[in-house]
Each structure stands twice: as C-alpha cells, then as structure tokens.
Design a binder for this molecule. Structure first.
Ligand SMILES: C[S@@+](CC[C@H](N)C(=O)[O-])C[C@H]1O[C@@H](n2cnc3c(N)ncnc32)[C@H](O)[C@@H]1O
Length: 352
C-alpha cells in the first residue's frame, strides 16, 4: 500500500497574494495578517507558498534513502522540494482539499510520495496503517494554508461571507457556529482570552450569548459585523486591525483543537524517529511556539535539577539533541516576497 500513485484531482483556481494595505503586515497578529491582503487570480499561483523552504532543506537534509513525513502537506511545497532532493515522503493532512491539490501537483512522484489523510495527533496509527513505524524526519508547518484562509466557503475569513465553519477536517467535529451558538458564556470567554488574547473577551461572550437566543450565528460576516459593533475600532494604528481578528483566531484554534493536537504530536514524535532523525516544527503563533520551545528544552536535557533535590536526577524524557538553540526566522528577502513568513519560527531537534 505504501507509495501508491496519488489519485487526486485539482481543485480551484490559483491565488496569489499582494498587499492591499500598507499597514497589513505590521499591525495584524499571526496568520490573520493575510486577511488584510487581497487575492487575485493567476495561473502561476500556489495554493500556498511554503515558508522557510531553504532552512527546512538545510536542517532536514532529505537525501536519497531517507523516509520523511511532512505532517502538514498543505499545497505540497515543502514535500515537493524534499522529493526533488531524493527522499521518499509521506504527506499527511487532515484537509481533503489539500490532498486534492497536492495529489495533482505530486502525481509525478508515484513511487516516492504517499498521501495519508488524517490528523497529525494520530501519526503513530496513520503510519502503522501503511506499515511504517519509524522515519528519518518529520516536519510540521502548522496553522492554516493561504488557500484555506482565502476560501470563503471554509469560513476562516472574517472579510468574506461564508458558513461559520473553520474546520480543517470537514468530515467531523463541531464548527465555529456550533461553538458560538451552544457553548456556555464562560467557555466562550475562556476561548477568547486564552486563544485570542482578546481583552474584550468577557463583553463579546456575554453579547454573543444574548444575541444567539433570538438569532443564531450562521455566517462569518454576521459574527464579524456583530463584533465590530460591540468593539468599535480604536483610533490610531491599532484601528486598522479588524475588531473580529482575535475572536476568529481563537475560534479557529478551539474548533481544530490546535494546541491539543500539537501537544499529542510532540508526545508521540520521539518514538517515530530513527536515531539521528530530525523533527522540524514551524509555528506562526506565540502560544504554539511556547509549547514547542518548552517541550524541546525539556526533552533535550540529560538531567533535571530541582531545589528540593540533593542532586540533579536523570531526565526520563531525554530524547533529543537540540539543533537550533534559538528559533530560525525568515530572511528579509523572504519576508519581502511572502509576508506570511514574517511570523514563522522554525525549531529543530535530533533524535538521540
Ligand atoms: C501552513 S499549511 C502547510 C503548508 C505546506 N507546508 C506547503 O508547503 O504547502 C498547514 C496545513 O496543515 C494542515 N494541518 C493543520 N493542522 C493539522 C493537523 N493537526 N493534522 C493534520 N493536518 C493539519 C492544514 O490543513 C494545512 O493544510
């Protein structure tokens, strides 16, 4: 079953990004900076422009003979470069549309590319389903792709009318509308505070609960417009940020259990890597980067010390050698060409 030809068809037209507002990239948080940009049809356009591509190639070293998992296949940009370098790649994504696009793009590598649909939090089971238990490298480049963010129908964008969905895997789970229309007020408030760092989280949660009794929220623009009224734009540079930005980010993280999936993935990754195998993680968000940093730091310490202990003890979770002490970020040149790369951070460890 391994390395069968990918049987997928292409979807949609291409999309390129160009800045529509001079303040877009400077003021908006995280991936939602992209929503400040407008798309235009193009024929040479990627579904998603891979970030830190040179750096991924440098640290992954995806030579012939290596078996690599790209656990966030997306448009297949990183995967394609690794296939070209000679590695065999298993491409995992939970989004059917990503597989459709990447399958078409990577159809010329029938013997070295294997697509697998699923959540990277289930990576051990997904790999076992194709008879693989260990690999030489794993990449995750988390968050949503430009395609997902730009497709009104997916419901991620506050600027485009669409169903209030936000699921990366549309075959299961609660949508953003389900959360907004059914969660208790305290849970909504916690989501807005913790995942969106939205200071008006209490007020927004309270007003959502009042409004939904009369009329449930069904579309992205309905929710975005409602938040704009509750939380008018302040004067000055921060007024350029759409008032719904943080709530949309928070809902997306909650709908897809993004932080839970990341933690489970990080717990499982050591047992999937051969000695010398590398784990590369690209994040776009301080909440995610903090989790990765702490996890890597702990798993690359041979001993742990606590002030109540007479001497340091061996660390039972000692799995890795740290390869990048500080996160790798995009060059100015890359940021010029791809604004999304501005907030990308790459961290790398190697299995002992
Ligand atoms: C930033 S894009 C990856 C882009 C890709 N590296 C490329 O070169 O085109 C992130 C992708 O990861 C997928 N994704 C995010 N979280 C996931 C998870 N927990 N399990 C599987 N796929 C996930 C999304 O559906 C999306 O397609």
């Amino acid at each position: 079953m391994l390395f069968n030809e990918a049987k997928f068809v292409a979807v949609g037209n291409g999309t390129t990004w160009r800045e529509s507002h001079p303040d877009c990239s400077a003021s908006l948080p995280h991936e939602y900076r992209e929503q400040c940009m407008e798309s235009e049809n193009s024929t040479n356009t990627p579904y998603h422009q891979p970030v830190l591509l040179n750096e991924v190639m440098k640290y992954m070293i995806p030579n012939e003979g290596k078996l690599i998992v790209d656990a966030t296949l997306g448009g297949g940009g990183h995967t394609e470069a690794m296939l070209n370098a000679g590695a065999r790649v298993i491409g995992v994504d939970q989004d059917e549309q990503a597989h459709e696009f990447a399958g078409k793009r990577l159809g010329q590598y029938p013997s070295s590319f294997t697509p697998l649909k699923g959540n990277f939090s289930h990576l051990p089971e997904l790999l076992a389903s194709i008879g693989v238990d260990k690999v030489d490298g794993i990449l995750i480049d988390i968050g949503v792709s430009s395609w997902q963010l730009d497709e009104a129908d997916r419901g991620f964008s506050f600027g485009k009318e669409g169903p209030l969905d936000m699921r990366m895997d549309r075959s299961q789970g609660d949508t953003a509308a389900d959360l907004v229309n059914h969660l208790p007020e305290e849970e909504l408030r916690t989501i807005f505070y913790e995942y969106g760092e939205e200071r008006a989280g209490s007020k927004i949660a309270r007003r959502i609960v009042e409004r939904r009794q009369d009329k449930p929220f069904t579309t992205t623009t309905d929710l975005a417009d409602f938040i704009s009224v509750i939380k008018p734009r302040p004067k000055g540079p921060t007024g350029k940020i759409h008032p719904a930005t943080r709530v949309f980010q928070a809902l997306r993280i909650a709908v897809n259990d993004e932080l839970g999936a990341l933690r489970t993935f990080l717990d499982n990754a050591p047992k999937l890597l051969n000695p010398g195998g590398r784990l590369l993680v690209i994040t776009f968000h301080s909440l995610e980067d903090r989790i990765v940093k702490q996890f890597f730091r702990h798993a690359s310490e041979s001993h742990i010390d606590r002030k109540e202990w007479p001497e340091p003890r061996e660390n039972p979770d000692y799995q890795y050698q740290m390869i990048t002490r500080r996160p790798i970020t995009a060059s100015e040149e890359e940021v010029q060409g791809n604004k999304r790369s501005r907030s990308a951070k790459l961290r790398v460890v190697e299995k002992r």
